[in-house]
Design a protein around this ligand. Sequence first.
Ligand code: PLP
Length: 386
Amino acid sequence: MTQRPPRNLPTRLVQAGRKPGAYEGAVNPPIQRASTILAQDPIDLYKPGVNTYGIHGMAVHDVLKEALCDIEGAAACTLVPSGLAACTLALFALTSPNEHVLVTDSVYGPTRRFCDRELAARGIHVEYFAPTIGADFHTLLRANTSLVVLETPGSLTFEMQDVGLIAGLAKAAGARVMLDNTWSAGLYFPPFGHGVDVSIQALTKYQAGHSDVLAGAVLTADERLGKKLSETAKNWGFALAPEDAYLVLRGLRSLPVRLAQHDANGRKVGAFLAQRDGIRRVRHPALPGDPGHALWKRDFTGAAGVFAFELDDDRADSADRVLSALTLFGLGFSWGGYESLAIPCDPQLDRTLPALTDCGPLIRLSIGLEDADDLIADLDQALATL
Ligand SMILES: *Cc1c(COP(=O)(O)O)cnc(C)c1O
């Protein structure tokens, strides 16, 4: 047999799990609504490896997992009903009472809430560290440190972390590393090559891409760890509805082209804001002036269209005035959809360490697939109201 040439990721995502012969010629796998899955023989009901219940997933879940593993180079993937559930599943599965967990201070807010309430209540000691810490990180590691939680760039504030450096130090001390890799959608940062044990994807964002579904995934390159994660999900009874899995898979087919356009639009809008009067700072690691730019350039092959900027106007209502004047940006949480969104960040900026004292009123943008010049014109007129 002649060997096929290696195919690139966009091709593989278009091809993934396509078996028209098995589905009466249909291009896509079917949505199978199932709780009960009937067995042919009573002995099959208890046979390992035989699917007997819809909670374990159907054809569409299998294809989605295969494609998600391909993106990040993972060996195992567990699907869950939201991005937050992916974070909490991994945090729960990888920690035990009396252990110490180090979490980046720039972590996604609801992940912080889970650490402070649920992990702490289980007798796990949670400590936050500065996202830009570097080699000093080793001073924080303790004999009972079991897990390090990273997110790069950080939620809302977009500081870059040296994942390889921190993961190397953590590993040497016997701790595992979990990375919320949602910003890169897995496409622009390969987590396992940088020493990460578990990667989190909020599939709600770019993978789904249309602001109409909640889903999450926990990925690992270690099959044994993958088994532990999927067993914990099973113990908790997590299931992702087949329609939701289908919508995420549909999004994956066009993910590389959408993400490239979000990236181009985001950089164009970011560059505009960086040179405009009235802006103190743009927090976007792919822009050359950003303090995290060198790390981004070393480790990433692209950028999301999500970033933040600080107004050079410390009046309490300045961010709200700009946001109220926008006409193309929806005011709403989440990101990664085709439509642009904006939020004021200050009401939810929750930090343990005093690193953000000089931050101006902060606005986060999720740049959508509109024309970038239209978005720039909208921001320009909204900023002119200050
Ligand atoms: C949105 C988000 C999540 C949670 O995803 P949901 O599907 O909304 O629960 C987790 N991590 C990051 C970085 C996110 O941006």
